[in-house]
Design a protein around this ligand. Structure first.
Ligand code: HPA
Length: 248
């Protein structure tokens, strides 16, 4: 069964027929909210709003361990994360949708593993390819059927937030090889791998990254929100095709 984690702007799926909500207790504390169980086009899916249903949790305070544990506990095998990003690469302009293949992690102070604490053996997961290639292929296929452009590839830089970056920080991220920047990609992806979940991210470009193109003078939240409003309809249509393709 497929799980969907909605990021900024995606606190619910309008095309989802909700059957029940479940508050999952986890050994790691509270998830961002109840898991929403339902159906899209007749197929079972589970949805979780990463920042809470009222968008009250900033990226550094999201309980990523509890969220991923709860989704795994619900019996999911596959998780699509929808995450808004700033575009660094020139073709990643506001409104573009992208499928990142790599991650560079700049976050700090977040609980980034399940394998810590007394009597827990140390585990080093392989993270060479941080996303699940099988799920990415299904997303590419779903985007094709939905008639949506999903730019394939790119490195996602995960920053700590909640503030946006300085122009010099974006220059540095670009020198590091990053194509887009967001605040929630890590440790979510690594925790998914620790749990054996097949995980992929659909990145929604909300703005040019700081100091680039239309963001040279600054970034306005109203513009980000307007872009996300427009783009998330296209993400929904891809997700609809994804569950439809999976159910055949
Ligand atoms: N930086 C970091 N995270 C983001 C951005 C950004 O410019 N836009 C949307 N999420």
């Amino acid at each position: 069964m497929l799980g969907i984690i909605g990021g900024t702007g995606l606190t619910q799926l309008s095309n989802m027929e909700v059957t029940r909500r479940e508050v999952v207790r986890t050994p790691y504390g509270e998830p961002s909210g109840a898991l929403t169980f339902g159906r899209i086009g007749g197929h079972d899916v589970v949805f979780l709003a990463r920042h809470g249903y009222g968008h009250t949790l900033p990226p550094h305070l999201v309980n990523y361990r509890a969220n991923m544990w709860a989704l795994h506990h619900a019996g999911l095998t596959d998780v699509v994360s929808v995450a808004s990003v700033g575009g660094i690469r020139a073709d990643l302009s506001p409104g573009a949708l992208a499928l990142p293949h790599q991650i560079i992690d700049y976050t700090h102070g977040r609980h980034a593993t399940y394998h810590e604490g007394e009597d827990r053996a140390v585990v080093h997961i392989d993270f060479t390819h941080p996303y699940c290639e099988g799920l990415q292929e299904r997303l590419r296929q779903a985007a094709r059927v939905a008639g949506q452009t999903l730019l394939d590839g790119g490195a996602y830089a995960a920053t700590q937030g909640p503030r946006l970056e300085t122009a010099a920080e974006i220059d540095r991220l670009e020198r590091d090889g990053a194509d887009m920047v967001g605040m929630t990609g890590m440790p979510e992806a690594a925790l998914a791998r620790e749990l054996g979940l097949c995980y992929a991210t659909v990145a929604v470009v909300a703005n040019h990254a700081a100091g680039r193109a239309g963001s040279r003078a600054g970034i306005r939240m109203e513009d980000i929100n307007a872009t996300l409003q427009e783009s998330l309809g296209r993400v929904r249509s891809i997700l609809e095709q994804l569950v439809d393709g999976d159910g055949r």
